[in-house]
Write a protein that binds this ligand. Structure first.
Ligand SMILES: [Zn+2]
Length: 282
């Protein structure tokens, strides 16, 4: 017999096989999808080793990032600063090489990161010089409450994302802010590509697949009220010409205008590829 749905608890799950590497439980009541069987946290640690960071060219600090990436990170810091009414104290969970911590500190925040990957923490120490502790936030204690906790591309990797939100709520001050980003399983790309959607591939290590609706439900269960939830991004229009998102924006003005239009339209319809939520503890 299959387990009940993690999110809504109903026995309305069916096993959906995405490809040879991957099967998930899909709930017909709430639409939530979760990897089946759910891996142990330790099974996932091997995904983020030195090779991962070096192969992807991730071993560089904020100033050496592309304009696109730096703009994305700084935009997130600005949004958070506005919601918090100015800089404050911040914990970045799954901090990677510390880029968001670095950008936050530059904007006046007192920021630290927590990261499970030793490779990422080494890069953080030598390249971004951000304060990133190696460990699991479930096992660490902190002296102060935070104004904000960020989970950039983290929640979808966890076997128990609700437990993480409950832990974060404990770490936040009253009405503290949690910020989340992850891929949108209800977005245009996932809808069109079906089982071929890239984030169904096992190498990404994604355990859960959220839509704006299922993420809002989980936030409520964790003790948060969503304040802003939106999606952005769509198909890369330059792909048929061998261009990536950076080529388009930095070298092809007309295509960049079309790409921005496509991305904005997908976002307005809640069909964007990337899902971002800012929520406050209640
Ligand atoms: Zn469900």
């Amino acid at each position: 017999m299959l387990p009940s749905c993690y999110l809504c608890g109903k026995p309305t799950t069916r096993l959906a096989v995405a490809n040879a590497q991957y099967a998930y439980l899909s709930c017909s009541s709430c639409g939530f999808r979760m990897l089946h069987p759910v891996p142990a946290p330790a099974d996932e640690d091997g995904l983020y080793n030195d090779a991962y960071y070096f192969d992807q060219g991730l071993e560089v600090g904020l100033d050496d990032q592309t304009n696109l990436m730096r703009g994305l990170i700084q935009g997130r810091v600005q949004k958070l600063t506005a919601l918090n009414g100015g800089p404050g104290s911040l914990l970045d969970v799954g901090a990677g090489t510390g880029l968001f911590v670095e950008a936050s500190v530059r904007a006046g925040w007192r920021a630290i990161g927590v990261e499970t990957s030793p490779a990422a923490v080494r890069i953080a120490r030598t390249i971004t010089r951000a304060s990133v502790i190696q460990g699991r936030v479930e096992e660490l204690s902190f002296e102060e409450s935070f104004d904000a906790v960020t989970l950039w591309d983290v929640l979808e990797h966890l076997p128990d994302p609700r437990a993480m939100l409950i832990r974060i709520r404990d770490l936040l001050r009253n009405r503290g802010i949690v910020c989340i980003s992850l891929p949108n399983v209800a977005g245009i790309k996932a809808r069109v590509l079906g089982n071929k959607w890239r984030y169904f591939r096992r190498e990404f290590g994604h355990v859960s697949h959220f839509s704006p609706t299922t993420l809002a439900t989980l936030l409520g269960q964790g003790g948060f009220v969503p304040e802003q939830v939106w999606t952005s991004g769509s198909f890369n229009l330059g792909k048929p010409f061998g261009l990536d998102a950076i080529d388009i924006r930095e070298r092809h003005r007309t295509l960049a205008i079309l790409q921005n239009f496509a991305d904005d339209t997908a976002g307005h319809l809640n069909l964007g590829e990337n899902l971002v939520a800012y929520a406050r503890s209640n």
